[in-house]
Design a protein around this ligand. Structure first.
Ligand code: HEC
Ligand code: HEC
Length: 221
């Protein structure tokens, strides 16, 4: 199209900038807001089917509901499971189960598709089951804020996940595993080791109180 002939009043610069705007609009209309193109979305959904046996948001799932975890965090974890710095310790049965699924995300492309897809899923509301003292938990939680944020929103540059999405039983289970050396034990799991270290002075009841407090700002309740 000869832009200048059609819009005699427009300068060449104005004309090309309006073309750029149309182009940007077309681009954004073609991709979903989460950054998956329609083709990628189809592929990602198909790949995620293989996860649903353990990660469905229905009753009876064998793993946690992961809907809504940020893409950067799922990606970080899937790489750990693939490399074996998570999911290869026979003493950690549920982590081992997830490790046994690593043939379902064998490369960076699949990991990227899956992680970006998981981020688009709405966190599923759940019924809290951990009953403890949120006031004590609030005091203890002060030490978590620098990494996980005051409302558990997470901090990507510090590689610290949000804590306001996961179910309470899962958070407690993971805290117990960090505290007992079943997670954050592998020499290449730098973030896990760092996390485990933050719990050295805490006891079982402290972990329960922490989770009771974290529930207060959960977005999945
Ligand atoms: C055989 C069951 C099973 C399958 C299949 C499975 N997972 Fe998991 N997954 C688990 C379990 C159990 C955990 C929790 C591990 C733990 O307790 O440490 C987990 C943990 C995770 C986590 C870490 C969550 C967190 O908050 O740290 C991510 C991410 C994840 N799975 C993604 C996937 C994806 C994506 C797939 C499909 C490609 C998949 N899983 C397939 C059982 C499974
Ligand atoms: C120095 C920074 C730091 C501090 C302080 C810290 N964490 Fe973490 N936490 C992390 C990192 C990094 C990870 C991710 C570990 C990984 O990649 O496996 C993590 C992971 C977790 C997880 C696992 C989440 C999941 O989805 O599997 C829980 C639960 C958690 N932290 C709770 C806490 C609580 C509660 C406190 C305070 C008592 C705390 N953290 C203090 C850095 C920190």
């Amino acid at each position: 199209m000869d832009c200048q002939k059609q819009n005699r009043g427009l300068s060449l610069a104005q004309c090309s900038s309006s073309l750029i705007l149309v182009f940007v609009w077309l681009l954004s209309a073609c991709s979903t807001k989460q950054g998956l193109s329609p083709e990628e979305l189809v592929e990602a959904k198909a790949a995620f089917e293989s996860c649903l046996i353990c990660h469905s948001d229905q009753e009876m799932q064998r793993g946690p509901i992961i809907n809504g975890l940020p893409a950067w965090y799922s990606r970080q974890q899937l790489h750990k499971f693939l490399a074996g710095s998570r999911g290869q310790n026979p003493e950690n049965k549920s982590e081992l189960l997830m490790g046994s699924a690593r043939d379902r995300f064998p490369d960076e492309r699949t990991i990227s598709l899956l992680s970006r897809y998981i981020e688009t899923l709405t966190p599923k509301p759940y019924q809290p089951v951990v009953k403890a003292d949120p006031e004590k938990g609030a005091a203890l939680y002060q030490s978590c804020i620098p990494c996980h944020g005051a409302k558990g929103e997470g901090n990507e540059p510090l590689k610290s996940p949000p804590l306001n999405i996961q179910e309470d039983w899962y958070l407690l289970d993971q805290l117990r595993k960090f505290a007992s050396g079943k997670r954050g034990y592998h020499p290449e799991d730098i973030e896990g080791i760092q996390m485990a270290y933050t719990l050295v002075n805490l006891e079982g009841q402290d972990l329960r109180d922490l989770v009771a407090y974290i529930q207060e700002f959960s977005i999945s309740k």
